[in-house]
Design a protein around this ligand. Structure first.
Ligand code: CMC
Length: 377
């Protein structure tokens, strides 16, 4: 018998490179690159749809290519009637991430080219998902709050339309910039857990919808994208800046994780945080909620003093979405609605790599246990 219990286990796959990728690079010292472009430059100079094009095609679009993609995205924001009806039928207490996970899976039954696995069709499929995921999220919110569904506005881009479909009112220029930047900053992030889940599914040559459905389920967890919602519950629990020190110390004494802090890869501040901090600050200023922003700054200082860890993307993302009027339980669906372009790009890259992702394990159980028949147990 082969003895495999002495195989080296890299617990949590920490530091393991599971494949090569050209899509994004998470630099531990605090930088993030999409296809070689620093996120700091992208967030300042390009719109979200340019990022979508970049991730799916590996290059920034020309004006004509961008215009074409924008039109395609708006046209694809329409959902099949059956998906809308399903969304209306879910129990009111189901979490929006549960609905999203289910309806992405449902969408696969309405794919116009179900048999084709060509790259061209997969890019087309990715565009459908990038457009339809935000609409699923908006449709659920409108339905839950007994508000009429709104049709996409062909005059504006996808991020602005996402807010429009969700809230039913046109975003002003500051809100438009905020949602565009939010989506750009969340578009991709190396081999994070949900992307890895998508790639594992794609590596079996399963379809893109299955891969993305798995990714949504993975993102939902509070150690990953589910953290942003939890951040807001924490902020709700702390009433004043004076309470921060005791609250954080209490959490640490109870061995609890502070949501929106820490990261598997970054050893300094998450490069997305500085952008989201500015966006959140500006929105809080407009909405007269600077007390919330100041509370966050205090929490940052106290957590850093005590644990030497920094806020990650979810911390100020939560404050940003809150200021845009998004309910807490829709925070992670907004994350998913942006990360969908990274997931689909990784699925396409994984198909090209054409290797089954299948690690081994170190078996530490017993061998040859004596068998007792059912009636004698
Ligand atoms: N609160 C308290 N302590 C923490 C936290 C935290 N949020 N994060 C890390 N630590 C501690 C950790 O316990 C360890 O302490 P010690 O050395 O005393 O055992 C030390 O800091 C180093 O931790 P690490 O090895 O760098 O962390 P990890 O890779 O095991 O975990 C993490 C990464 C993201 C799961 C963790 O930081 C966490 O649970 N954070 C809270 C949840 C969260 O905000 N998730 C979002 C992650 S980033 C965006 C996304 O994926 O959505």
């Amino acid at each position: 018998m082969v003895n495999n219990h002495d195989r080296v286990v890299i617990r949590g796959l920490r530091g393991v490179a599971a494949a090569e990728t050209k899509i994004s690079f998470v630099e531990p010292l605090g930088a993030l690159y999409y296809l070689g472009y620093n996120i700091d430059a992208l967030v300042e100079h390009v719109c979200y749809e340019e990022v979508v094009y970049l991730l799916l095609h590996g290059k920034l679009p020309t004006r004509k290519e961008l215009d074409e993609l924008k039109s395609q995205l708006i046209a694809e924001m329409i959902l099949p009637e059956a998906v809308i009806n399903n969304i209306k039928s879910f129990p009111l207490n189901s979490h929006p991430m549960e609905v999203l996970r289910t309806e992405i899976s449902h969408l696969s039954m309405y794919d116009p080219d179900p048999e084709s696995t060509s790259e061209h069709v997969n890019i087309r499929r990715a565009i459908r998902l990038v457009a339809k995921v935000p609409t699923i999220v908006a449709t659920l919110h409108r339905t839950r709050t007994n508000q009429q569904l709104v049709a996409p506005n062909e005059e504006v881009g996808l991020p602005e339309n996402f807010l429009y479909l969700f809230r039913g009112k046109t975003a002003d220029s500051e809100e438009k910039e905020a949602i565009d930047r939010f989506m750009t900053l969340h578009a991709d992030h190396g081999f994070n857990a949900s992307t890895f889940a998508a790639r594992v599914t794609a590596s079996t040559n399963s379809d893109m919808y299955s891969a993305v459905t798995g990714a949504v389920g993975t993102l939902k967890g509070p150690l990953h994208g589910g953290a942003s919602e939890k951040v807001m519950y924490m902020l709700d629990d702390i009433n004043t800046e004076e309470e921060v020190e005791d609250y954080i110390q209490g959490m640490l004494d109870d061995q609890k994780k502070i949501m929106g802090f820490g990261h598997r890869v970054y050893r300094s501040e998450d490069p997305r945080t500085k952008h989201l901090r500015v966006i959140a600050g500006n929105l809080c200023h407009r909405t007269n909620t600077m007390n919330l922003y100041n509370l966050c700054r205090r929490i940052e200082n106290v957590v850093h003093e005590k644990k030497k860890i920094f806020p990650n993307v979810d911390f100020y993302a939560a404050v940003t979405l809150n200021a845009l009027g998004v309910p807490f339980d829709f925070f992670t669906p907004f994350f998913a609605s942006s990360r969908i372009c990274g997931w689909t790009a990784h699925v396409i890259e994984q198909y090209k790599d054409a290797v089954l992702l299948r690690p081994s394990s170190s078996y530490v159980g017993e061998y040859g246990r004596p068998f007792t028949p059912l009636e004698k147990r």
